[in-house]
Design a protein around this ligand. Structure first.
Ligand code: PLP
Length: 224
């Protein structure tokens, strides 16, 4: 129940120099840990579960930028729409439509990233290149005025093979570059890299890393 203070300071310093944003992934960790990092000046936190996020947001300072990084079900969008800063894991046009609908209700524009499946594992969510292109070609996309697609997000394979991880990140970056003319100038975020592979992700062009256990220690339980 404490944060790795020195690791945070050195990681934040390194990432700031490189112009990369650090999202501190606080899932399963108590609000007191988030508050401790907040007190050091940190504002970007990531959570995977809607209910856990809502509970924490209600008890922590209002100027936190909450990133939703888990798999979001359409029927739960309404709970986070009033306050969420960036939704990283959008993996269908239907979900984008629901986010837009809830954003309209809250009189907001909600920033989103499209999640791309880059890992070898079957279990990880995300779109393939063809599905991404289908979303781009949706005639109704231009009518979603309350969502802004800001870029792409991906998770590399869970493996010690660093070359494989690197090539997955490199592929995501290439896809990002190929698609960005179609999305316009707000399409400028590439969310990739976690505790075990953030350094490779940064070398391959990440603009935003999602780091949990390195900052908060290992999680005592893992939810899927
Ligand atoms: C849990 C999680 C992270 C952080 O993982 P660590 O290995 O603890 O850094 C990053 N991204 C996503 C999508 C996650 O679910």
């Amino acid at each position: 129940m404490s944060i790795n203070h020195d690791t945070y300071i050195s990681l934040q310093t390194e990432l700031k120099e490189k112009g990369v944003r650090l999202v501190a992934v606080s899932k399963t960790k108590p609000a007191t840990d988030i508050q401790a990092l907040y007190d050091l000046g940190h504002r970007d936190f990531g959570e995977n579960y809607v209910q856990e996020l809502s509970e924490k947001a209600a008890q922590l300072p209002a100027d936190i930028n909450w990133h939703f990084i888990g798999h979001l079900q359409s029927n739960k969008v309404k709970y986070i729409a009033p306050f969420v800063h960036l939704i990283h894991g959008v993996d269908s046009f239907r979900l984008l439509q629901e986010i837009n609908k809830q954003a309209v209700k809250n009189n907001r524009i909600i920033d989103c990233l499209l999640q791309v499946h880059i890992a070898r594992e079957e279990t990880k969510f995300g779109l393939d290149e063809q599905e991404l292109r289908q979303i781009l070609e949706e005639p109704a996309l231009s009518q979603l005025n309350n969502v802004r697609v800001r870029g792409l997000m991906g998770m590399a394979s869970f493996t010690d093979d660093q070359d494989a991880v690197r090539s997955e990140f490199r592929y995501l970056k290439e896809l990002f570059q190929r698609l960005s003319p179609k999305f316009g100038s707000a399409f400028n975020e590439l969310s990739m890299g976690m505790s075990s592979d953030y350094n490779i992700a940064v070398e391959e062009g990440s603009t935003m890393v999602r780091v949990g256990s390195l900052l908060f220690g290992a999680r005592s339980y893992e939810k899927k």
